[in-house]
Design a binder for this molecule. Sequence first.
Ligand code: NCD
Ligand code: ZN
Length: 359
Amino acid sequence: MEYILRYLPFEGHVHWRQGAMLKAVAPYTARQCWGGIIMPNRVPPIITLDDAAAHKHEILVTIPEEDFESLIVGYLSEETSIDDVRRGFESGVWIAMKFYPRGATTNSKEGINSWELPFHPALKVMEEIGMPLLLHAEANVDESTGKEIDIYDREYRFIPVLEELRKLYPRLKISVEHGTSLEMAQFMEEHGDPKKLVCTVTIQHMMFSRQDLHKDGFQPHMMCYPIPKRAEAMMAWRKLGTSGKPYIFAGTDSAPHPTHKKESSCGCAGGMFTAHAMVPLYAHIFEQAGRLHNLEEFLCINGPRFYGLEPRPGLVTLVKKPWTKQSMVAVNGGEKIRPFGYHEEPEKRFRFEWQIKKP
Ligand code: NCD
Ligand code: ZN
């Protein structure tokens, strides 16, 4: 069985980092997509315009053989300069700003508290120039008590902030990244708007629930932020994700963490590596939902449109031909990443159903 996309896939949310890690992981995305949104939470984060330009340059010289358009995102922090925001957007150095709730996820200590976000001075400018705000939509600390919010409640507890943002900046373009909770799925169904309020959904949040995260003991390679929720929430995102609605699109949130940081006796890095099988896995989910006919919008059209880019025409033939991932991803210097689906014992490897047909 074959399925043809008439446009090239677009990655709406990916983590590449820098140096040897960047070199090891970027080609996986670049070989399936024509372009994508590169997240700024490296160490150090992409805060200034100079950081952004240097990052873009590093990507270009690291993967010169790939024909890929890297769209750089700025990291919203207390240090963010409004002048940089405007100049960087108008000159095309960066395409959006990303909000990280301080302390809620990987490399987020330079982020800001969720209740401070609506008053960040950059938002007014972004609304005026049409620059999207990307949200790691979690509230991890309660403003009035200063207490940590339960990890399973953080996404829905962010919804009041989202409402406030929409009230204060009615024209601001907002993307809720990697939606996971039932409440957020419902919010998006009610308010989603391809021009003003969109969301991305990952592979793992449509395939796995917290039951899978805890199956046979804690599964560190499935640990990611936002934390997978109940099966009902996963089903809601699968339904919304495959619905063909113009305000939802692919963003894998693929994040490369070396095995020693995932399989660690004190703490486990959050983030799953799915970039190697992005298109096959989204195809798998859409086929299972009986909605392959909506895959093209989700994977190729809606993302670029939100960012004001033309979807890129090109024929991609997907063929249903099972395969397994046979090796770890090696990083120069000796680190390794465990890609989703790989297992040392061949019979325990995930059976990927789809692949991109080589020309
Ligand atoms: C991401 C990472 O590792 O950079 N991790 C994750 O669990 N998704 C950060 C993020 O998107 O929250
Ligand atoms: Zn992310």
